[in-house]
Design a protein around this ligand. Structure first.
Ligand code: ADP
Ligand code: ADP
Length: 228
């Protein structure tokens, strides 16, 4: 589903964040991306939803080369990819319900269907009972549940998460990780940059380790492999 061929990313400040990355990820994979800060993890995953373009090399999603997408085609890619961040990025003045419904880009869908879809997804991530709350009234773990709901509302084939448990305590991180595991069980590809060493070591998923803009390790049922 995702192919990267000799991908380089050179930012305008002269930093080389990706230094010849080759990667291949299949539909249904669950991949942890690990490595020290500054290794290139965020840049690597930004390539997959065209948040950044490679300076050199190619990124393909289901055979489509992302650099070749026209501007008006980008929303169609984004609809197939759900993205989750460490800091949730919820709209502060909207309720939980509105934050999730907002992302439902269905045209000609009747309001009752939208309502059912939003409530289904809120139920799936365990936050349905707080549909009328605003983000400031929720704990960090609850806010992350909402942002996961928002990311999966369009049934994306790919879910990308950049340190989704970075602001959460260990117990809450585990709860969030279980939700990602369930999403993956239904066939959705999950790619997650993380520093959660214990979780990576216990989950025994594929691990891609990065250092200095390169993939230095790629193991099925891998381990975190760093001290912190
Ligand atoms: P990681 O997620 O592993 O911490 P990043 O991909 O965020 O790594 O960063 C890799 C390198 O690229 C770092 O040196 C970082 O400072 C630099 N970098 C990241 N984003 C930008 C940017 N938008 N402009 C300039 N440099 C950047
Ligand atoms: P945690 O300790 O896990 O971060 P909090 O102490 O922030 O959680 O919140 C505990 C519970 O109280 C959560 O379910 C949250 O939704 C609810 N809560 C927190 N602040 C408010 C508020 N201002 N209004 C309504 N509910 C709130």
């Amino acid at each position: 589903m995702i192919e990267m061929k000799k991908v380089f990313k050179l930012y305008s400040n002269g930093v080389t964040a990706l230094n010849g990355v080759d990667a291949s990820i299949s539909q249904g994979d669950f991949v942890y991306v690990v490595g020290p800060s500054g290794a290139g993890k965020t840049s690597f995953i930004k390539m997959m939803y065209r948040e950044e373009l490679p300076s050199k090399g190619q990124v393909y999603i289901n055979g489509v080369e992302l650099s070749s997408l026209k501007h008006k085609e980008i929303p169609f890619l984004r609809r197939d990819v759900g993205v989750i961040f460490q800091d949730f990025k919820l709209l502060p003045r909207k309720t939980v319900y509105e934050n999730v419904a907002f992302a439902l880009e269905v045209i000609e869908e009747n309001p009752r269907k939208i309502r059912r879809r939003v409530m289904d997804v809120l139920d799936k991530v365990g936050i349905k009972h707080k549909a009328r709350f605003i983000p400031a009234q929720l704990s960090g773990g609850e806010q992350q549940r909402v942002s996961i709901a928002r990311a999966i509302i369009n049934n994306p084939k790919l879910v990308i998460a950049d340190e989704p448990t970075g602001n959460l305590d260990p117990d809450t991180s585990w709860e969030i990780m279980k939700i990602f595991d369930e999403i993956n069980s239904s066939g959705t590809t999950v790619i997650m940059a993380t520093h959660s060493k214990d979780i990576v070591n216990q989950m025994k998923k594929r691990v891609i380790a990065m250092e200095n803009g390169q993939i230095v390790r790629d193991e099925q049922r891998g381990e975190y492999g760093y001290e912190a």
